[in-house]
Design a protein around this ligand. Sequence first.
Ligand code: DCP
Ligand code: CA
Ligand code: CA
Length: 369
Amino acid sequence: MPARIIMLVDLDYFFAQCEEKRNSSIKEKPVVVCVYSGRSENSGAVSTANYIARKFGVKSGIPISLAKKKLKEKDAVFLPADRKFYEEVSGKIMSILRSYANRFEQVGIDEAYLDVSQKANGDFEEAGKIAEQIKKEVKAQQGLTCSIGIGPNKLIAKIAADIRKPNGLSIVKPEQAENFLGPLPVSSLVGVGRKTEKKMQDMGIETIGDLAEYDIQKLIEIFGKNLGAYFHNASIGIDDEPVQERGEVESISRISTLKEDTQDLKVVLEKTNKLCDEVYARLLQRGLSFKSVGIVAVMTDMSVRSRSKTFESPTNELGALKKTVKGLFEKFLNESELQARRVGVKIWNLFKEQESQKQITNFLQRAEK
Ligand code: DCP
Ligand code: CA
Ligand code: CA
């Protein structure tokens, strides 16, 4: 098995860069994207700012009025956040990123983890080339720059991406992990907020290196078993969190109580067809296809039974869903000695359209052989 190689791709000053994309004439000016509260003309907070504005101390979260003060007479551009547009750009970039990954996990509107272990064949140099390729394609297709961190796990990839911005690329090999983390402040670790940082300072811990040297038993005494162990492992660069494909963890389900207990297929289907419609609506909203269909029934004695079926390839057809649910209930009710009280429908193994298309293509190719 090739060595584990994880990438974190984070788009630079994302909302502001989206604004520059659709109006390049503002590129040389400080650009501030704002969420106006509407109470008065300047009330609200800064969502983000481009790097020119940041030089003057403008950053996410500060009041708009303060940003205006800092950028007085600097020919700055203040724009209201247009989330719909940013989401559109994000969606297009995410599908580019996804195509480079063996496993893919979007973690926010502007960042994603890519497990590229196989694609890079466990070679960090090769992963670096893939990262360059990603930067080139995102820039060419969508006109945006991003920062990429590469490491043996998510923890290190994330910190590596943060350390060189904008348009950065940092590679941390496993053997470099401890030296890389050592000098950084503990606040660089996920889970170390202001309070924890303060507490650690009181314990004489400033850097991740200090944390690594601290007695693990004492950490556990102070922060509890889980957190203490987490801090210790994180400090020496250990993190096993998998890159979690969203489609694998999610499911959509609906359950409902029947008017009266029954074993009659027709009555059950009346109910489950409605549940299928609801489940299907959610599926469409999210632009997904499904591969697995399940039914669940709570019987008169309150026992819970379930049956399921998995297709060869994903589908997004309502007809297929209803037909499968019907087939499963038909067989189940025939075999059951009890009446059903509550019935439910569930789909899982969800895929984004693009990915399901890939799966279908694979399936067809296999079928041809
Ligand atoms: N965001 C926000 N309010 C915050 C933080 C972020 O509205 N307090 C939004 C605007 C950002 C986007 O989320 O563009 C992504 O957040 P990041 O933390 O990744 O920051 P940026 O992409 O803006 O800048 P950087 O170049 O530092 O990644
Ligand atoms: Ca960002
Ligand atoms: Ca981000």
